[in-house]
Design a binder for this molecule. Structure first.
Ligand code: HEM
Length: 300
């Protein structure tokens, strides 16, 4: 038995004001860890609950869950970037960006599970039982945006025209780009999908937007003195992957399943999706200032 290790353990628990012997006895009785307990496999595999008899609905559910887990990985990184206090070196920031790009790449390259991996007619039947639910209601998708860029960057050109000189958080969220998917500004009509989404999450979006003011990935990047060209490249790479490449894949899936002989079927969330989902229309970018001389839509 390693005596130095025992001494270290003793010191650790004494420093906490605890009796080390109790913890050592605990080790004597505790069961060894098993994979299935640690990874919570049973819980994870019990979370797929199709609403219809169509086999491919399970594929659809699991792939959405994989995406949500991937978004959780990304938020995990972005949170750390937002909490970084010192920027003497860009090394850590760069590592985090590489991780974000890697995760986004996973989303891009795996999207064929949707575009190629669902039976077209079955999908168009089982999706009817899901309305008014829509991927649009993914809160993590929005949390990530709010942590990457100042919320004002999530207001498109038309929205900016409607804003007052010093818009409040409420005003910004009334005009945020994603409301275009379900809010008709002429009639005041709001879709069920958007209403349910806002009822559940709007307060948390506003709280996050306020809490991350000055600490978004974009603002943290600006704290780095003399950022290298490589770092700028990585920032743009992630922006492009997330806001153009992945969105293109998603749009292609919508086109494949929802366009039939010139007809455009409505998505379960009821948006004018062909326009709304198109990166050319959205022109969403987390780091627009880095694209001054170029266009995010034309990039590699
Ligand atoms: C067959 C596959 C898919 C189709 C046909 C599809 C279709 C759509 C449509 C039509 C919309 C617009 C809102 C609406 O009217 O419902 C939408 C939004 C959205 N979907 Fe999907 N979707 C698919 C897969 C996915 C997957 C796997 C995810 C991952 C979570 C996802 C996440 C989203 C998100 C985040 C939005 C909002 C995008 C934004 O606001 O820019 N979708 N989807």
């Amino acid at each position: 038995m390693d005596k130095a290790l025992l001494k270290q353990l003793e010191a650790k628990y004494l420093a906490l004001g605890e009796d080390p012997n109790i913890y050592l006895k605990g080790l004597l009785y505790s069961k060894p860890t098993n994979y299935w307990d640690y990874i919570e496999v049973d819980t994870l595999l019990s979370l797929q609950k199709p609403k219809t008899e169509f086999e491919d609905e399970t594929v659809f559910i699991i792939y959405h869950q994989i995406t949500e887990l991937t978004l959780k990985l990304m938020i995990h990184e972005v949170k750390q970037m937002s909490q970084m206090a010192t920027f003497d070196s860009e090394k850590v920031f760069l590592e985090k960006l590489k991780r974000l790009s890697r995760y986004t790449d996973m989303l891009i390259t795996s999207f064929e599970v949707m575009t190629e991996g669902l039976d077209h007619d079955d999908y168009n039947k089982f999706r009817m039982s899901l309305a008014p639910a829509s991927g649009f209601q993914s809160a993590q998708f929005r949390y990530l945006e709010l942590m990457c860029t100042p919320t004002l960057n999530l207001v498109n050109d038309d929205g900016l025209k409607r804003l007052s000189e010093k818009p409040s958080v409420d005003e910004i969220f009334e005009n945020i780009y994603w409301r275009d998917a379900g809010y008709n500004r002429e009639t005041g009509k709001i879709s069920r999908t958007l209403k349910a989404f806002e009822d559940k999450y709007l307060d948390s979006f506003k709280a996050l937007s306020t809490a991350t003011q000055g600490k978004t990935v974009w603002e943290q990047f600006q704290n780095i003195e003399h950022p290298s060209e490589n770092l700028k490249f990585r920032m743009k790479e992630f922006d492009h992957q997330y806001n153009v490449k992945w969105q293109e894949k998603h749009l292609n899936a919508a086109k494949k399943y929802l366009e039939k002989k010139g007809n455009t079927e409505t998505g379960t969330g009821g948006s004018a999706w062909k326009k709304y989902l198109n990166p050319k229309h959205q022109q969403r970018s987390f780091f627009p200032n880095l694209w001054k001389d170029e266009n995010i839509l034309d990039w590699v």
